[in-house]
Design a protein around this ligand. Structure first.
Ligand SMILES: [Cu+2]
Length: 118
């Protein structure tokens, strides 16, 4: 009985780890979280998994929380690097990026980070 329980727990733990491994995790981005930089022309976000851009989104809020206009999301050949152009020059201040990514396995993840324009 005890052995059965341990085996079941091990299988459950493995199943959860397997799912987590296939979720889109933000590996690195430009601008970096917390960076203070000159106004960037675009965001570049590098994820751990292949993405489905049609079901993904990146929203940017500027100083005071106002929505920042962005162009269409681009995806590179690896399907893991997203670019989001800004359609106008960013004014100085604090910016917040909220992303929602869907991966080819159908899973969805969210995250956010901030940067400052000097
Ligand atoms: Cu997944």
């Amino acid at each position: 009985m005890r052995k059965t329980l341990i085996a079941a727990a091990a299988i459950a733990a493995f199943a959860v780890a397997g799912q987590a491994a296939a979720h889109a995790r933000l590996i690195t981005g430009s601008p970096k979280n917390g960076a203070t930089i000159a106004a960037p022309k675009a965001l570049t976000l590098h994820y751990s998994e292949e993405l489905v851009p049609a079901a993904s989104s990146v929203k940017v809020a500027g100083p005071g929380g106002a929505a920042v206009a962005t162009g269409p999301m681009g995806l590179d050949k690896t399907k893991r690097i997203v670019t989001v152009p800004f359609t106008a020059a960013l004014a100085p201040g604090a910016y917040r990026v909220k992303w929602h990514m869907k991966t080819e396995d159908g899973h969805e993840t969210d995250g956010d980070f901030g940067f400052n324009v000097k």
